[in-house]
Design a protein around this ligand. Structure first.
Ligand SMILES: Cc1ncc(COP(=O)(O)O)c(C=O)c1O
Length: 343
């Protein structure tokens, strides 16, 4: 059975595995304060062209989001997110469990804009309501769509004007930066967000994310909050060495590009068969509308996310490719799909 269920279904890229072997005989002090962490931090700073960035290695996306958001906000403050945003739908109320409301906004394409945020600010007008203070976005979005540089810049400028912080969840940042339609660079992320993270778990790492604070007025005592939330790993270096390898020789972007290229092959296949998409295909996640019977046959053969009916006669299935997806998997799926369509 081939698997397009997610982008973290294989353990670790060989270059990263080699890093584990190389450091295996080293004694390290740990807790994010050793030479391996320093090396990786310096590689990331170079890439961001941001020598003052404050960088922390985290185990996964949810712990990064909840530790960062809970650190930035005061007890009565809230975070604004797209209704489809990961913190709203897939993190078990982790943000709310830290005491902060997630105020959601309906979007067509998973992206937030100043026009969508402004009514939230107008509505939350006094101390009888929570105070929206942080805008959460992800790139790529939960629907696989991308922000352009102009959109990100406009959002950041809007946040600045309204005294909001902008935080970008980069679980799939490699796929965003490697996408054909992308014009955002690493230095742009340092310039146009207050904080963001570079996702590793979905980009060949065994696990791990690199959190970056660009705004150094919001990271005071962050390690205390990290420790209290259980987010400081004694062996942080196991995340750091992977990031060092990911940042070398453009590996990070090339793994994102491979994920996107595999998805594009699937996209062409679906288009040639006359199928439509529930969200614009721009990266490694495709949301495909299948006639009900065909969808049922496909999910009996493949591990896939089933997003339910898009209309009474269509079911939307998510196809997710990864750094490890092989062309032969796409070719075999194409044969299978063609056979099902001709039955
Ligand atoms: C955009 C985004 N943020 C955060 C996460 C959460 O990551 P984890 O499952 O590692 O906590 C995911 C995982 O699917 C994600 O897609």
């Amino acid at each position: 059975m081939y698997d397009f269920l997610n982008d973290y279904n294989q353990t670790v890229h060989p270059n990263l595995l080699k890093e584990f072997v190389d450091i295996n005989n080293k004694k390290l002090s740990g807790y994010g304060l050793d030479e391996c962490c320093d090396d990786a931090i310096n590689s990331i700073k170079k890439l961001l062209k941001s020598p003052n960035a404050d960088i922390h290695f985290m185990a996964g996306g949810t712990i990064t989001n909840l530790t960062t958001i809970s650190h930035i906000l005061k007890p009565y403050q809230a975070v604004i997110a797209a209704e489809t945003g990961h913190i709203n739908v897939h993190e078990t109320g982790a943000i709310e469990a830290t005491g902060h409301k997630v105020v959601t906004v309906k979007t067509e394409d998973g992206k937030l804009t100043p026009e969508l945020i402004k009514p939230v600010l107008d509505y939350h007008c006094d101390e009888h309501m929570v105070q929206p203070k942080l805008v959460y976005i992800s790139n790529t979005t939960e629907l696989g769509t991308l922000y352009t540089k102009q959109e990100l810049k406009k959002l950041y400028q809007f946040c600045q004007k309204h005294h909001l912080y902008l935080y970008l969840d980069g679980a799939r940042l490699a796929m965003a930066l490697a996408a054909k339609d992308n014009d955002i660079t690493f230095p742009d992320l340092a310039k146009y967000t207050d904080a963001f993270y570079i996702g590793g778990t979905k980009v060949g790492a065994f696990a791990g994310e690199a959190l970056i604070f660009n705004n150094l007025s919001i990271n005071h005592d962050f390690r205390f909050n990290m420790k209290q939330k259980g987010a400081i790993l004694a062996k942080s270096w196991i995340i750091a060495v992977q990031f060092k390898a990911l940042m070398e020789n453009n590996l990070y972007i090339s793994l994102g590009k491979h994920s996107n290229d595999m998805a594009e092959k699937l996209k062409n296949l679906f288009e040639n068969e006359g199928l439509t998409f529930a969200a614009k295909p721009q990266s490694n996640q495709l949301f495909v509308n299948f006639p009900n019977q065909l969808a049922k046959k496909i999910i009996s053969l493949y591990a896939l996310d089933n997003l339910g009916q898009t209309d009474p006669s269509h079911i939307c299935l998510r196809f997710c490719t990864s750094w490890a997806t092989q062309e032969v998997e796409i070719e075999n799926f194409a044969k299978q799909l063609k056979a099902l369509l001709r039955k």
